[in-house]
Write a protein that binds this ligand. Structure first.
Ligand code: DAT
Length: 180
């Protein structure tokens, strides 16, 4: 089975994907590295620009029939069997990206993306098998146990479990509100 772990930058994809792969005995593949290896990603200003269709072709050809956990914020756009969308309180995204040294602009962009379910919406647009997991206040072990529990009990779709509009007031400092 090919499982995508996606979500807003900083949500915990790499941490969770590596642990999930270890617990399931699957291979771990980082989509960004895979794209560069296959020549369908180009480094532009420190970021990798990816040819989505070309990358999907290589994923289909090389990973589809293997047991792989695919880590990346574009992994839900690939031909996978199951998409796991990790979610976290947008304040956590803001704090983690600040620690990573992201610009205020980039932090705002990602906090807003988490707030409005941007990746979840893209994922359900592309796939039927989408599982959303709220990572807020959970350890990586707890999150991985939750994912494995859902897979083992045959759950293929679980979406609509968080609503960050309820915490909007707490994240205003991170947002790129107009008028500047
Ligand atoms: P991503 O790959 O989505 O950008 P990451 O796995 O690099 O995210 O995690 C970002 C940071 O957050 C990193 O320092 C590890 C930490 N982290 C991830 N999941 C966590 C969790 N459930 N609890 C506490 N810290 C976590």
């Amino acid at each position: 089975m090919l499982i995508a772990i996606t979500g807003t930058p900083g949500v915990g994809k790499t941490t969770i994907a590596k642990l999930l792969a270890e617990k399931l005995g699957y291979e771990y593949v980082n989509l960004r590295d895979f794209a560069l290896e296959k020549g369908c990603g180009r480094e532009v200003d420190g970021e990798v620009e990816v040819e989505i269709d070309e990358l999907a072709y290589f994923v289909e050809k090389e990973l589809k029939d293997r047991n792989v956990v695919l880590d990346g914020h574009l992994s839900h756009l690939m031909p996978v069997d199951l998409v796991v969308v990790l979610r976290a309180h947008p304040r956590i995204i803001g704090e983690r990206l600040r620690e990573r040294g992201y610009s205020k602009e980039k932090i705002g962009e990602n906090v807003e993306a988490e707030l409005v379910d941007a990746i979840l919406i893209e994922a359900i647009d592309e796939h039927e098998n989408v599982i959303e997991v709220d990572t807020t206040n959970k350890t990586p072990e707890e999150i991985v146990e939750e994912i494995i529990g859902l897979i083992k009990s045959g759950v293929k779709r679980r979406v609509g479990i968080v609503d960050w509009s309820e915490v909007y007031d707490e994240i205003i400092p991170y947002l790129r509100l107009g008028g500047e």
